[in-house]
Write a protein that binds this ligand. Structure first.
Ligand SMILES: [Ca+2]
Ligand SMILES: [Ca+2]
Ligand SMILES: [Ca+2]
Length: 409
């Protein structure tokens, strides 16, 4: 899989190596508990890696599978369960994304799928070999894994991002930002995309502190908004770019500080969708709620100039998952494109494109997540996002009648 969010390989300082848009160090020679893992990363002036976007997980797992899979290592990454049972990254109390495609699934004796994190299990986040490198909660002190480190921040604030989605905060968030701050961030995504920014929080001193957002890649670009004082997330709403870049400048003066801000950006295609299709980030999809067999569903999609849903990027899977779960249709299962009816084990979309395999696309099962789909051999040749399987890819009996998702051709 190409790393769609990464326009350029980052320059990484040894021992860190470029993996997608990230610089990482896989401490494969060490297996330690969580606290020791963090100390080892800090000794490299780094931290345990924060995996906060589907593409980052895809990049990391692809790298491990290619280079280290024979080592059968499990890795510590940043993130813990708080005393209030909330999963959060160490820095700033930011929530760890839940659900598909981050957290693995298992299937107990009773045949019912469960998605991690499980309640009475450990409190530290890891990517275990025997869980197909999905997010897994493990014991912080009883389990030993290898540290997976990223470099620490090189500047106290600011940065340049190329990922299709992400977030950043004012320095020290949610604690007060320092006085006399000047921070600059750019987000530059792929050509033919546009950006949408939303805020979780915004609170600055109203006199001399502010955040400017400009509609381009530098300080000359047109000013979209200048925010100061307190604003709720709804009050600010969505801020959209015209093209594929935004420039952010935060300034604080010499007195009165507040908590600052946390913002998110997402990307969508700059092109409109054809009639009957709705835009989901980088893709266009149509949901059909009249259940049909896989082969019937293909004909119906063709009748609206489409094919069964083509999901080639893990960001698209996340966006569909989020939509399904935010729209009250999480109990529904859907056919998407992807079948091995012609050649067993060779999953292709209708246009011949190969279906991506492995984590983070395909769900796991077995009581301990030890089996990864596809698992049906000749009996299951069609890919569905099953509600009971948390809308991961799963090979399924093609003559089942399911609702379905079409993509434009
Ligand atoms: Ca101030
Ligand atoms: Ca099959
Ligand atoms: Ca299956």
């Amino acid at each position: 899989m190409p790393s769609s969010g990464s326009l350029a390989e980052p320059n990484c300082t040894a021992p860190f190596i470029a993996v997608g848009s990230q610089c990482l160090f896989f401490a494969n020679d060490l297996t330690v508990d969580k606290i020791e893992a963090q100390i080892i990363c800090e000794a490299l002036t780094g931290n345990l890696v924060i995996i906060d976007a589907p593409q980052k997980l895809d990049d990391v797992v692809a790298y491990i599978k290619t280079n280290y899979n024979n080592l059968q290592r499990s890795y510590w990454i940043d993130g813990e369960r708080s005393t209030s049972n909330r999963w959060q990254f160490t820095t700033g109390g930011i929530s760890i994304p839940l659900g598909t495609p981050f957290w693995g699934t298992s299937k107990a004796h009773n045949g019912i799928f469960e998605q991690r994190p499980l309640n009475n299990s450990g409190d530290c986040l890891s990517l275990p070999y025997d869980k197909s490198y999905f997010f897994t909660e493990t014991s912080c002190d009883l389990d030993i894994h290898s540290p997976l480190c990223e470099p620490g921040p090189v500047t106290p604030c600011g940065g340049n991002f190329t990922e299709p989605q992400g977030w950043f905060t004012s320095p020290n968030f949610p604690n007060n930002y320092p006085s006399d701050s000047d921070c600059r961030w750019t987000v530059i995504t792929e050509d033919d995309t546009t950006l949408t920014v939303t805020f979780e929080e915004f609170d600055t001193d109203s006199s001399g502190d502010y955040l400017e957002i400009r509609d381009g890649s530098d300080s000359d670009a047109e000013l979209l908004v200048r925010l100061s004082s307190y604003h709720s997330s709804d009050d600010i709403g969505e801020i959209k770019s015209t093209n594929n870049s935004l420039y952010f400048y935060f300034h604080s003066d010499y007195y009165y500080e507040r908590s600052g801000f946390q913002l998110y950006w997402t990307t969508e295609s700059a092109f409109p969708c054809p009639p009957l299709y709705t835009k989901f980030g980088l893709g266009c999809y149509a949901f059909v709620f009249n259940p049909e067999t896989f082969n019937e569903a293909k004909i119906t999609c063709a009748s609206i100039n489409g094919q069964l849903g083509k999901i080639t990027n893990v960001q698209q899977l996340r966006q569909l998952y989020t939509y399904i779960h935010d729209s009250g249709i999480a109990d529904d299962s859907f056919w998407v494109g992807g079948e091995d009816q012609d050649v067993e084990g060779n999953f292709v979309f209708e246009d011949g494109t190969t279906v991506p395999l492995g984590t983070p696309f395909w769900g796991t099962s077995g009581e301990n997540s030890e089996v990864q789909e596809p698992d049906g051999n000749r009996a299951e040749n069609c890919v569905a996002l099953l509600a009971e399987g948390y809308h991961f890819f799963r090979d399924t009996v093609c003559t089942n009648q399911l609702k379905f998702i079409c993509s434009p051709i």
